[in-house]
Design a protein around this ligand. Structure first.
Ligand code: NAP
Ligand code: MG
Length: 475
């Protein structure tokens, strides 16, 4: 194999301040003015990037109050006026996309080629898409004069920090709501840069408030009595707690939670494309993807061929510096997540599955995990049941479509699935029986702002994206 010469993206395109305050009512407050502070690090090097404020309950009060006073005037604006702000934000994101992509890779550890070519274009597309809806809400199918809900509390995870922000903020603003958003503790920086973009776009103060902090800040925010709507993306465990705390309060709730998707390969599938889809399904974003194709179901008659090409393909994946444009697999987002991946993969070996990784040198600093597959996995194994949220694939086999469907649905989750076959009729028949919110056919991990996304069962409820995504923000 060729060794690639390093092709690093320049770090100097982004200017990170030593510390950041909360963004409330259109201004950045002094860092740590009321609560404490915490550090955010680059997971590829463990270098401290900045110090960030931890919002306490008084900060949450102020942020919710700012969103409340902004709600009246913002919701009274004609939709076409709100659209102007959203279009402006979308254009500024495009103009600053290189800076934001580098920042996202620094704070999250994901390869620059993903933040540059996937995250940032989708973030801008989301704002453009919902800007287009802002003046057409009465034609969206939710009544003749749909009304916004009020103040939305939004809590997001660390795997797609800016993209999850876009999924939350764009539809909320288009429909006339105001928001208080809390990014994840380990990836707060792009949300804080987004706050600056709101200022640059002259967004009225209080329409968007960004408060940083850990899980406790998130809990205080969703439990705040001044909040009308809660939108959460994260783990099923925290989602359950939130559902409990919101029950009986009259707050509206949408939950986007975990997944354990089946990627089903029939023996008539185009094997080379399927292998690309398998690799993209589980190694994209280090497998930190809620809809990752983490369970590969291969028809027995194609098993040897699929496994042989999959291993050959995995041996060409380049792991390393996220800012290098040739990198395929970046850093694991945090020491905690790395530990979780280790515990689950150790369980895989202990329970008798066979583990394989291509030869792969891991950098000495930072948090890294080699791309890994487990074969001989049975449905009872933890690695077949629990979400690993890392670059780890569990391989199972099947003989008939009925067996594939049964195994694919044998999970408490239901977020996504993939089907690979030459036969359209087989794809449609299988898709019809899978209990999953998104099903890809002969592709995987394709996203578009016009397409609704969301889960069945323990993967949550409500839909984000598309026309359906408006419903969560309309009363
Ligand atoms: P997490 O621990 O549930 O955290 C998600 C967010 O909630 C973070 O901002 C977190 O703050 C905050 N939080 C923690 N405890 C809270 C509480 N008691 N009340 C309110 N907020 C709280 O999940 P994660 O480990 O960051 O993310 C991985 C999970 O997200 C995976 O299960 C993945 O499948 C899921 N996910 C789902 C989707 C989807 O669309 N369905 C998309 C992406 C990810 P801290 O950062 O400080 O912990
Ligand atoms: Mg970080």
């Amino acid at each position: 194999m060729f060794e690639y010469a390093p092709a690093p993206e320049s770090r100097s395109v982004v200017d990170i301040a030593p510390s950041y305050g909360l963004f409330i009512n259109g201004t950045f407050e002094a860092p740590g003015s009321t609560g404490g502070v915490f550090k955010t690090v680059n997971p590829a090097t463990e270098e401290v990037l900045a110090e960030v404020s931890a919002a306490g309950s008084e900060d949450v009060d102020r942020a919710v109050a700012a969103a409340r006073s902004a709600f009246g005037p913002w919701s009274a604006l004609p939709g076409a006026e709100r659209a102007k702000y959203l279009f402006r934000i979308a254009r500024i994101i495009q103009e600053r996309s290189r800076e934001l992509a580098v920042l996202e890779s620094l704070d999250n550890g994901k390869p620059i080629k993903e933040s540059r070519d996937v995250d940032l274009p989708l973030v801008a597309a989301h704002f453009f898409y919902y800007a287009g809806w802002a003046d057409k809400l009465e034609y969206a199918g939710f009544g003749a004069s749909p009304r916004p809900i009020g103040v939305a509390a939004q809590v997001i995870p660390w795997n797609f920090p800016l993209l999850m922000l876009a999924w939350k903020i764009a539809p909320a603003l288009a429909t006339g709501n105001t928001v208080v958003l809390k990014p994840a503790e380990t990836t707060p920086l792009t949300a804080l840069f987004f706050a600056d973009i709101c200022r640059q776009a002259d967004l009225p103060p209080g329409v968007v408030n960004i408060i940083t902090g850990a899980g406790e800040t998130g809990r205080t925010l969703v439990e705040h009595p001044g909040v009308d709507k809660v939108a959460f993306t994260g783990s099923t465990e925290v989602g359950r707690q939130i559902a409990r705390s919101v029950a009986g309060t009259g707050k509206r709730l949408t939950l986007e939670l975990g997944g354990k998707a089946a990627n089903i390969v029939f023996d008539d599938a185009p094997i080379d494309q399927a292998v690309e889809g398998i690799v993209n399904g589980i190694f994209f974003n280090q497998g930190h993807v809620c809809c990752a194709g983490s369970r590969l179901l291969v028809q027995e008659s194609a098993y040897d061929e699929v496994m042989e090409s999959l291993k050959r393909r995995m041996a060409t994946l380049r792991l390393g510096d996220p800012l290098d444009k040739n990198t395929d697999i970046g850093a694991i987002n945090s020491a905690e997540q790395l530990e979780r991946i280790r515990v689950l993969t150790d369980a895989g070996s202990q329970e008798g599955a066979e583990r394989w990784s291509p030869p792969c040198e891991l950098p000495a600093q930072g948090f890294w995990f080699a791309p890994t597959i487990f074969t001989g996995v049975t449905q009872a194994h933890r690695i077949a049941r629990e979400e690993i949220f890392g670059p780890v694939l569990s391989v199972l086999t099947f003989r008939t479509p009925a067996e594939a469907i049964e195994k694919a649905n044998n999970t408490p989750y239901g977020l996504s699935a993939g089907i690979w076959s030459e036969k359209g009729s087989l794809i449609l028949a299988v898709a019809d029986k899978l209990r999953a919110g998104v099903i890809w056919a002969n592709t995987f991990n394709k996203f578009d702002p016009t397409s609704p996304f969301g889960g069945y069962k323990e993967s949550g409820y409500g839909r984000e994206g598309g026309r359906h995504g408006l419903e969560a923000y309309l009363g």
